[in-house]
Write a protein of this length. Structure first.
Lengths: 210, 210
DNA sequence: GTAATAGTGTCTCTGAGACACTATCGG
DNA sequence: CCGATAGTGTCTCAGAGACACTATTAC
């Protein structure tokens, strides 16, 4: 451990605490939702994103996963970093920098009873979590404009209609069928199979390339 | 100040230190350069980005500005946040999270003698500063693909050739004249003046709109 | 056959890029 | 006039979007 001239280590200097907050998004009832929890202790009952303080030997990703586990009972995802929120007044318990994260999971990953809110009609959240949700939704939507099912929410094989339904749910609006199909076909390969047992012409099955 | 059940404040818990590092980019000799400094004390002589630890009541932007002032003697810019670098082994003095920032300034802002390196042919830097410079260059280049002179490096009035020269320097390669002009004209308005005193047909002067 | 869904041919519009051309200065 | 730089007309190509059409199943 490094020491300065007076024998103090880095951690001995006063410095901000660091928290992670995770906007865990999911498609529920055909719309993009965010998972929330009610705070207890200080300011109990207020809706907030799952978050936690970063421990001294923990990566941000590890802290984000721990927040999901402790607050929502969810394991095994890989949150992406958005940015640091550093308004000095954002947390009245002290000086806290918050690194916002985003992840997108299937609705089946959320334990029964998990509280969620549609990102486009959400209640006011604690701290600056509203801005975090807005940034998270924009991040996920931008990726879904560029790439088919970037989070791998669909099964290994899926029809173009299923893919389009996912993208419409994430983006929050209808997409033109023909343009959408031509747009995503470049990143898909047909498996040769078809989806049977439904009404109408059977749909070809695809998987993502690369 | 908030206290837990045992009377400890947030800052009493062990937590990572937070640093800012700034990739200060500039156009020098027609190419994108990054300003560096030589570290002293521990690992003296190694080239690094200007950086500093974030004080407990300081915003990230304020810390970034302070790092530029203390290491390079530069004031008055507005660095943008890139992302947090959190490899546990990135700093052998202790657990340090680094928030990378980027800014782009005119070469005239750099004090005489400032050490710089072309971003595309740079020496190996300390810590993970190589990755920060790469991210910073990509960030600045992406903005210059979308928008004319986003950092306002040119004078209030400029010719299209001057603007194109700036973009070629930032992007690191030649641009087609006619396509470039049509691309940026949407965001410019002619001032009515012309640049005289040069060889050839006088060029019209423009300013950025909005 | 009909209803329903899957998939495509084609037209238009727009923007990027390439190329060559015209325009206007100093000398 | 010439050399040099500024600026434009136009062609082609590719992708987005709109529309209508064809294809293939269950019943």
């Amino acid at each position: 451990m490094w020491r300065d001239e007076t024998g103090r280590s880095l951690a001995d200097y006063p410095h901000p605490s660091v928290a992670v907050d995770v906007a865990l998004l999911s498609v529920v009832d055909g719309a993009l939702h965010v998972a929330l929890h009610r705070r207890d202790g200080h300011a109990a009952g207020e809706l907030a994103l799952p978050g936690t303080f970063v421990r001294i030997d923990e990566t941000l990703a590890a802290a984000a996963l721990r927040a999901l586990r402790e607050h929502l009972g969810i394991t095994g995802r890989s949150p992406e970093q958005l940015r640091v929120f550093d308004d000095p007044a954002r947390d009245d318990r002290g000086r806290v920098l918050a690194v916002a994260h985003v992840d997108l999971v299937g609705a089946d990953v959320l334990p029964a009873g998990t509280e969620t809110a549609a990102v486009d009609r959400r209640p006011t959240l604690a701290f600056d979590h509203d801005a975090m949700v807005a940034a998270a939704a924009e991040h996920v939507r931008a990726r879904h404009r560029r790439e088919p099912d970037p989070a791998g929410l669909l099964d290994a094989e899926f029809t173009l209609a299923e893919l389009q339904g996912l993208h419409e749910a994430v983006l929050g609006g209808p997409l033109p069928k023909d343009t959408f199909r031509r747009h995503v076909l470049a990143d898909l390969e047909p498996t040769g199979g078809v989806r049977t047992g439904t009404v109408g012409k059977p749909a070809r099955l695809y998987r993502r390339t690369a």
